[in-house]
Design a protein around this ligand. Structure first.
Ligand code: 2P0
Length: 333
């Protein structure tokens, strides 16, 4: 089963542009129950289901037009060469959608979160690309199919099709037609995040490679799918009941368990810096003093703090350099 087979199932022969341009926005997202490990690397099919919060207005705007003679790609207003790593990956994705071999795309993509914030751009990037292609070609696809198209670009992009709390069901079919995200009906406006940027350097190992290595060599990983399922159930309950302690404890435990599998990998994949561990200790210390802060952390050194709005002043005072995010402060267009 290839990506082309999946595209054929979704689009049939509906692939001629109907608009001069297709534009879209997609939010970035942070997982509370992480996606870690693939059952199919070609289709980005995950081993476990995951659950995230989208980051409202922080994300990617993308505009797609037809180009003459060759593809043209710009990122944050700067033209990119076609052999850069960013262009190479995007062109592989665009190849799935060319109506003819000599059809070329002009793609302008802009991330509105601070580049230094260390937020993943592939999630919002491929979700915005899938939506922009849908608008450019006039496919009028339902969101679950857009979520599958976004997943073919990057797994976590399947969740960035939606705002709010989003669950990506792992599915079990070989073609992945049952592996897409849906939005949960609950809003939690008091739930806030703070991003602590501790390093803007590039990661020693990318997520795709890190996951592969973990699945292949970590003994601890064997317990991960069961742990992730349990955490997912707890998170759903926490969201339904607006139980912040349960949400925070489960998210923190899930992130630490994912990192335990990475650390157990050979050769070990350790994304933490001394500053990362210091932030963990600071958050635990504050919790022991009665301030309800919890953290989550992705495949990198930067820490994301979960807190309720009434603790905003404390968070700002203790972590003055952090970026505050209000995930439920969005309007759906
Ligand atoms: C997540 N991460 O659930 C997890 C937590 C990183 C740690 O999804 O290979 O960039 O493109 O499917 O989506 C990062 O992985 O990987 C990721 P690919 P992706 O957010």
């Amino acid at each position: 089963m290839t990506k082309y087979n999946v595209i054929e199932k979704i689009l049939g022969d509906r692939s001629y542009p109907r608009q001069n341009s297709g534009q879209a926005f997609a939010p970035s997202n942070i997982a509370l129950c992480k996606y870690w490990g693939k059952r199919n690397a070609e289709l980005n099919l995950p081993i476990n289901s995951s659950l995230s919060i989208s980051l409202a207005h922080l994300g990617t705007h993308t505009t797609i037009r037809m180009a003459e003679g060759m593809d043209s790609i710009s990122l944050n207003g700067m033209p990119l060469t076609l052999n850069s790593r960013f262009s190479h990956r995007l062109i592989e994705y665009l190849n799935l959608f060319r109506p003819e071999r000599d059809f070329y795309f002009d793609v302008k993509t802009d991330n509105n979160f601070p580049t230094a914030a260390g937020l993943a751009s592939s999630a919002s990037g491929y979700a915005a690309a899938a939506r922009a292609l849908n608008n450019f070609f006039g496919w009028e696809l339902e969101d679950n199919l857009l979520s599958i198209l976004a997943r073919l670009g990057s797994g976590s992009a399947s969740r960035s099709i939606y705002h709010g709390f989003v669950e990506w069901e792992a599915g079990f079919h070989v073609d992945g037609m049952d592996s897409y995200a849906h939005v949960l009906p609950h809003r939690w406006p008091d739930l806030n995040l703070a991003v602590l940027t501790l390093s803007i350097g590039s990661k020693p190992v990318g997520s795709t490679e890190g996951m592969k290595r973990t699945v292949e060599t970590s003994v601890l990983y064997k317990s991960w799918p069961e742990k992730a399922q349990r955490d997912l159930d707890q998170l759903r309950l926490a969201i339904e009941q607006k139980d912040f302690e349960l949400l925070g404890e489960t998210s923190e435990s899930n992130a630490l368990a994912m990192h335990a599998t990475m650390i157990d990998t050979r050769p070990s994949v350790l994304y933490w810096l001394p500053e990362t561990v210091a932030a963990f200790h600071q958050i635990w210390k504050m919790r022991s003093e009665g301030v309800k802060l919890y953290f989550t952390i992705d495949a990198g050194p930067n820490v994301k703090i979960l807190f309720l709005r009434n603790d905003l002043d404390i968070v700002r005072a203790v972590f003055p350099q952090c970026e505050i995010i209000t995930p439920f402060d969005f309007s759906v267009s």
